[in-house]
Design a protein around this ligand. Sequence first.
Ligand SMILES: Nc1ncnc2c1ncn2[C@@H]1O[C@H](COP(=O)(O)OP(=O)(O)OP(=O)(O)O)[C@@H](O)[C@H]1O
Length: 242
Amino acid sequence: MPEPLISSVKVSKRFGELAVLQDVDFAVGAGEAVGVVGPNGAGKTTLLSVLAGTLRPNEGTVRFQAEDVTRLRADRRCRKGIARAYQIPRPFDGMTVLENVLVGATHGAGLRGQAAYQRCIEVLGECALTEVANRRAESLGLLHRKRMELARALATGPSVLLLDEIGGGLTDAEAAELVATIRGLHGSGVAIVWIEHIVHVLVQVVQRLVCMNAGQIIADGAPSDVLQDASVIDAYLGRRVA
Ligand SMILES: Nc1ncnc2c1ncn2[C@@H]1O[C@H](COP(=O)(O)OP(=O)(O)OP(=O)(O)O)[C@@H](O)[C@H]1O
């Protein structure tokens, strides 16, 4: 087996007495798109935080590009190529869309001057934000805010993009537009780990689905197989999905 791009190896995380992750082995290959589903409180966001470096596991290791990054801070991991976009976009108000994305290019990727600006122009295009580049972030609607959250993460030049329920709150038409954008990003070679409760949206992008329950991975495989897995139906879906 080749070394995965990013992985957790026997990762456990506790909050006080609460065991939120238990011995979780999770691996994503370069350029792969993996969806993560599971009931509320299953530990999905915690796993993403452990991969991104905003949470330190109690046991186990996180590896990225064949390096043990368990003790590396989130900003250092970002420089190496691990970027994260949040469910609730966190724009810098008072700044334009372009300026927000520039923060990702300068602080996240360490680019300066023309190189940073050029990266932003490319990313704004990839995220269909060119037309609103000079608008203030706080004036944007939800879909554009989500796109900007993506663009800021993308401007850091990631090899893997960690997405946490980025489809939440969108209409079906808006979600379809976001799917098209994320498919484009994946097509350009960025690996994607996407937590999402809207399963029919998720499976339009990912080739592999992981289901978590009570801090453990209970299924991992092709989306069609995982969605028919009896333990996944029991723990999460409640019924078979077509
Ligand atoms: N900082 C924290 N301190 C204490 N408990 C926490 C903390 N963060 C998460 N938890 C608890 O850990 C458990 C797992 O939370 P997590 O957010 O990882 O679940 P999730 O699968 O992402 O759920 P959801 O689908 O609702 O977002 C929950 O019981 C949650 O309340």
